[in-house]
Design a protein around this ligand. Sequence first.
Ligand code: CIR
Length: 265
Amino acid sequence: MCLSVRSARVSQLLAITRDVSPSIVNCELTHLSREPIDIDKARAQHAHYEHELGRLGCMVTRLPADASMPDSVFIEDIAIVFDEIAVITRPGAASRRPEIAAVTKKLSQLRPIVQIVAPGTIDGGDVLVVGRSIFVGRTLRTNDAGIGQLRAAVASYGYTVVPATVRGCLHLKSAITALDDQMLLANRRWIDEEEFNRFELLDVDEAESMGANIVRVGTAHLYASTFPRTLERLERRGYAVTTVDVSEIAKAEGAVTCCSLICRK
Ligand code: CIR
């Protein structure tokens, strides 16, 4: 299925999304307890998320998914898309590997493809790209072999790959994401702040530990509406943030960056 949500502006960005699987209730969970998920509500939230990406200037293409891939909506974990190439990951959870084929097929229409292979594992949620620096969380999902393969894939394009410490959460981007090339939104308890000392860190509110995940869409930002105190901090710093309710999707341990692959067309 291809949604063509276009903003009034000329669309420079492509956002690839993926269906909420009918089996999302069987998703992987690491730090959360299983709660019932209302699939219709999750799908409505996802459609609204796509709509807002469209309004912010993305052309949105949604890939189909079925019951064999409970976590399909979290497409970010399956690839890292650069201007030059797309790296297809080998997700750390074996249950997520059936997601690879369709994402590879789509991205091979857009970029040369490099594939992470065994014994390497990477989840895209562990990969934070800021300019030519790529921070990669060492987690249950991402290992040193995967990080080494990513480094080899991008070295000739001038990117530097830096392993990063993550504790207490699933992915690096649960703990820290970029607002722009100078400022990162962070939950310092889940990272080693020294590793990011050339950036300014904007802290999430103490009561909003999951609030460090924000999507950069060109110069705009898309953020979950469940973190009002951190939102206030963002607005005080001059960031114009669009919010979406992804509360149902969050029960599957995902956040806003996880639900799209955003790249230049
Ligand atoms: C998983 O555990 O793989 C999914 N239930 C959640 C993945 C969220 N993805 C992300 O943070 N990039």
